[in-house]
Unconditional design. Structure first.
Length: 520
């Protein structure tokens, strides 16, 4: 008898989502995780001091809120397995050193009121942008949680109407191009231009314009979900669902190779030498750059195209701090999920990304900060607080120093820069933990070279061509019953719950009616 019906490599949230659907459908599922902890990029850990719970990677769950997984609670994660979210009124706020702020509210009228302080014309333009985002959202949302439409068919469909052609144009222009068309005030332009940075790209990067509409549409309809107890609460709920339906999740299991019988995936080999077999197939969070090594029987053409996928040049550096007391912003009593500490000028921000494109260290810090204990005080002892801060850096330092040697120095500079916006930093910092892009890669093989999206989110690596045209439907050509899952697949990096699409594909192949999978 086989060790499982389905073996899942990696316990990132996408793999767990796929595993949970198939476990609920009645399959014996075994999830193998190489770390001592579960969750990949959706994990909460006591990185600094006991009692302080930090989200090591993702800190708010945005795009998964539109996924039927949560929208319809298909697996009972909320009603049965304890997953809870709070949705603050202000998901995002830009903060400048001169004390000005620009919040984005879930209510567009409130956002327009804030924008009007800079420009009444821009406020009116924003309301039109908000209406457009709301109109486009259902179509965009419909394509995020199931296998993507073939690229040619998608382009042809958009080309058949004026609205479709407008959407297509918006997908091709840069965020900078779009902001120049829409707004007149530099700070309003910079505010929305900074949104592109959260996708690890410059606002000047072509084919990023649609992101502003997607971001705004989700922000206003769903908000930024702050998981109570930490980002890992999603992971915990998924594992509870899997185990409740007879599945198992094992830690400290590094998969060395996917075994095939020549044409079909039949199991895996662990680094320990242990061999595990499966009856129905393997789902793997296998980065395209390592796919040929883990699956030696993959064809030469598939291997070549997988290995040449491009990685984002701007990687993340994060600092997680335990605080004696909450942050006090110089701009006043602020409340948001995500604070963008903005540079003095829009051009400074754009040039910072230019430097990263050349492999340099940005001369202008582009720090974002989250203080989620404002919204979920369960994450720290009473009266204390935490922060999660991030900036953008190259994977390899241009000065030749290793990140392991230099990361403490860089973290100190980040905290010093924060003090220009926050009056009680660094005084209230009790202890901090920092992760360089090299650390990111160590925590998850999906974060290859520190790319939190797995691979770059360029148009030629999007939709049905993500990560490559051959692998864009989650199957590996030439090897039956081997499926892929992870941030390098459609729809991309971030907390989307994208494993649902992988589960749909596998369910079709093994004779499961996906639409009938649900937890009563």
């Amino acid at each position: 008898m086989s060790d499982a019906d389905i073996i899942v490599i990696g316990s990132g949230h996408n793999g767990l989502v796929a595993a949970a659907y198939l476990a609920v459908a009645g399959r014996r599922v075994l999830v193998l995780e190489r770390n001592e902890w579960f969750g990949g990029g959706v994990v909460s850990r006591e990185l600094t001091r006991p009692g302080f719970t930090h989200d090591q990677h993702s800190m708010s769950h945005i795009f998964i809120q539109g996924n039927p997984l949560l929208l319809n609670d298909e697996l009972g994660l909320k009603r049965k397995y304890g997953l809870r979210y709070v949705f603050p009124d202000v998901p995002m706020m830009s903060v400048w050193e001169d004390g000005t702020t620009l919040p984005l509210h879930r209510d567009p009228a409130k956002s327009a009121e804030a924008i009007a302080k800079f420009s009444t014309r821009d406020a009116e333009t924003f309301l039109a942008m908000s209406r457009q985002a709301a109109e486009w959202l259902p179509m965009i949302q419909a394509g995020l949680y199931s296998p993507p439409m073939p690229l040619g068919a998608q382009t042809a469909m958009m080309d058949q109407s004026a609205e479709g052609r407008e959407i297509w144009r918006t997908t091709q222009v840069s965020t900078f191009d779009l902001m120049e068309e829409l707004f007149e005030h530099e700070k309003v332009k910079a505010h929305f231009g900074r949104v592109a940075g959260e996708n690890l790209v410059s606002p000047d990067e072509k084919a990023t314009g649609i992101g502003a509409y997607v971001f705004l549409g989700f922000l206003e309809k769903f908000g930024f979900g702050v998981p109570v107890g930490g980002s890992g609460s999603l992971t915990n709920a998924l594992i509870a669902c899997i185990e409740d339906h007879g599945g198992a999740v094992r830690a400290n299991c590094t998969v060395r190779e996917v075994v095939t019988d020549g044409s079909r995936a039949t199991g895996v080999v662990l680094d320990s030498g242990e061999r595990l077999s499966c009856a129905d197939g393997v789902i793997g969070a296998i980065h395209p750059h390592v796919l040929p090594d883990m699956v030696p029987s993959v064809s030469a053409s598939v291997a070549k195209n997988a290995r040449r996928t491009h990685i984002t040049l701007a990687a993340c550096f994060t600092v997680h701090a335990a605080l004696h007391s909450p942050l006090k912003f110089k701009a006043g009593d602020l409340s948001a999920v995500m604070y963008e500490l903005m540079p003095a000028s829009y051009e400074d921000m754009r040039r910072a990304f230019d430097e990263l494109r050349y492999g340099g260290m940005s001369p202008t810090p582009l720090i974002g900060v989250g203080q989620l204990t404002q919204h979920d005080p369960s994450r720290c002892p009473e009266g204390k607080a935490i922060f999660h801060a991030w900036d953008y850096v190259p994977y390899e330092r241009p000065d030749g120093r290793s990140w392991d040697e230099a990361k403490g120095e860089f973290a100190d500079k980040m905290i010093a820069q924060m003090s220009n916006y926050i009056e009680n930093v660094p005084d209230i910092v009790l202890e901090y933990h920092c992760d360089s892009p090299v650390d990111m890669e160590r925590t998850s093989p999906s974060f290859f070279r520190g790319d939190l999206h797995g691979i770059a989110t360029t148009t030629y690596q999007s939709g049905s061509h993500r990560p490559t045209p051959e692998l864009g439907q989650y199957r590996v050509p030439g090897i039956e019953r081997l499926y892929l899952v992870g941030p390098f697949q459609h729809p991309g990096g971030g907390v989307f719950g994208a494993g649902r699409a992988t589960a749909m594909v596998m369910a079709e192949d093994v004779g499961i009616e996906f639409d009938r999978i649900s937890v009563p």
